[in-house]
Design a protein around this ligand. Structure first.
Ligand code: IMP
Length: 430
């Protein structure tokens, strides 16, 4: 039995949580492999809305085992509080149901303070990070000075390592950024307490997952953020510091390439982005308001983690084709098709123009997007509310044509379409 991977094919917030929720029904194990609590996965089940930032959202299904891989950076405060909130909702969380890689890195208060200080120092040129300490934690990892969960296994050596980490970061905070230093001993004491609670969950995730796959279990890798935010392949420097792509799942879980079966690209029926960076099809005005919503509903386009209003725009097929190339998608899951109801004419970006040249692929990846103008194709919209649609035939023909056009332009089959925020508001085509 295989590894199936769910990735975001845009700039994050594609609605991966609900697709994970759906596909978790058939999975034995659900695994997070990148990012940290900068992610926000929302799943609506009956009257309850679950917003998870760090734990795999597939854990909401009682039969699954949750895994956090080595590619993830972990703020223990968030980890422990999410474990508690799941327990409070009646969901079982114990070391048999949640396994965390010894090689995952820790996010500390020093990383949080650095994230804030670096953004402040950038002023207008800031990246618009989630301020969760993600970039500084990965920076320490690459600099080979980070703290891993395995460091927690020995409390006697963990405390001095933490003191050293805070003191060296204090030097940067105060000298480079004029920020306040942290109390190294207080942080170390706090983290020793967290270690006592977290140590029972620490495992060799790579070994466990490989054994599980070899003995016929099905693993679902749950990506956070999206391809266009990937450190290597995204709109650098307006990216996150991890690898939200399908190959990132292998690196972030310690798995070989031979176990991959399907790669689901989750794509919103339009485009959104939160934070700074280029966005060729960005809209303002009435259509933008309709796409974004007012913020009154949990499914409106406001960040799950930061509450920031998201930037919105027309679907960009140049970028979706690029995401297909980077990930090797086997199918698409289209989310929020229902939000397009009532827009008389829909636009899809099929190519870019620059200096009288038209591009369907970009010459140097997606770094220099700001210099391109989108080329649009128009399609008739539909009036009907889609919330009750449960099959292909329930969709208005204009919505069917929109989906078929996405398939034609991306060269990837659409397998799932979501038409509302609830668990059952999904059409399965495959
Ligand atoms: P960081 O990941 O907090 O360092 O933020 C870097 C960039 O990635 C910023 O533009 C964030 O808004 C964006 N970002 C990080 N996580 C998410 C996410 O889960 N959804 C959408 N954007 C994200």
């Amino acid at each position: 039995m295989p590894l199936n991977i769910i990735i975001g094919a845009q700039w994050g917030d594609e609605g991966k949580g609900r697709i994970v929720d759906l596909l978790s029904k058939q999975a034995n194990i659900v695994a997070r492999y990148n990012g940290g609590d900068n992610a926000g996965h929302t799943v609506n089940v009956a009257q309850q809305t679950f917003k998870l930032h760090l734990l795999p959202s597939g854990m909401i299904h009682p039969h699954t085992i949750g895994v956090i891989g080595n590619g993830v950076v972990i703020n223990p405060v968030v980890l422990l509080s999410e474990m508690e909130s799941l327990r409070a909702a009646g969901i079982f969380v114990n070391p048999k149901r949640l396994l965390i890689s010894y090689a995952a890195h820790l996010i500390t208060p020093a990383h949080l303070a650095l994230d804030q200080a670096i953004e402040n120092a950038k002023g207008k040129g800031k990246l618009g990070t989630t301020l969760r300490g993600i970039g500084p934690a990965y920076t320490d990892k690459v600099a080979r000075s980070g703290l891993r969960l395995s460091d927690m296994l020995n409390v006697d050596t963990f405390a001095p390592k933490m003191v050293h980490h805070i003191e060296t970061t204090n030097a940067r905070l105060t000298k480079l950024y004029g920020a306040e230093p942290l109390d190294a001993y207080a942080v170390a004491n706090e983290f020793v307490e967290y270690a006592r609670k977290i140590v029972p969950y620490i495992q060799d995730v790579s070994l466990l997952l490989t054994d599980a796959i070899n003995s016929g279990h099905s693993v679902l890798a749950e990506g956070a953020q999206g391809t266009l935010l990937d450190l290597n392949h995204g709109t650098y420097p307006f990216v996150t510091s991890s690898h939200p792509t399908a190959p990132g799942a292998l690196v972030g879980l310690g798995l070989g390439v031979n176990c991959v079966d399907r790669v689901y690209g989750v794509v919103k029926a339009f485009q959104t982005r939160v934070g700074s960076g280029p966005f060729p099809t960005e809209l303002d005005g009435d259509v933008a308001l309709q796409l974004r919503g007012t913020g009154e509903n949990p499914w409106d386009e406001y960040g799950t983690t930061t509450g920031r209003p998201r930037r919105v725009g027309w679907l960009d097929m140049v970028l979706l084709r690029y995401a297909h190339r980077i990930n090797g998608l086997t199918e698409l899951a289209i989310t929020k098709l229902d939000v397009l109801s009532g827009i008389p004419t829909l636009k899809i970006c099929t190519a870019y123009r620059s200096d009288k040249n038209t591009y369907t692929n970009l010459p140097f990846g997606i770094t220099d997007l700001a210099s391109f103008t989108p080329v649009y194709e128009e399609m008739p919209g539909w009036e009907e509310n889609l919330w009750q649609a449960r099959s292909w035939d329930d969709l208005p023909h204009q919505a069917q044509a929109y989906i078929r056009r996405i398939e034609d332009l991306s060269n990837v089959k659409v397998n799932l379409v979501s038409v509302g925020p609830e668990r059952d508001q999904v059409i399965q085509l495959g």
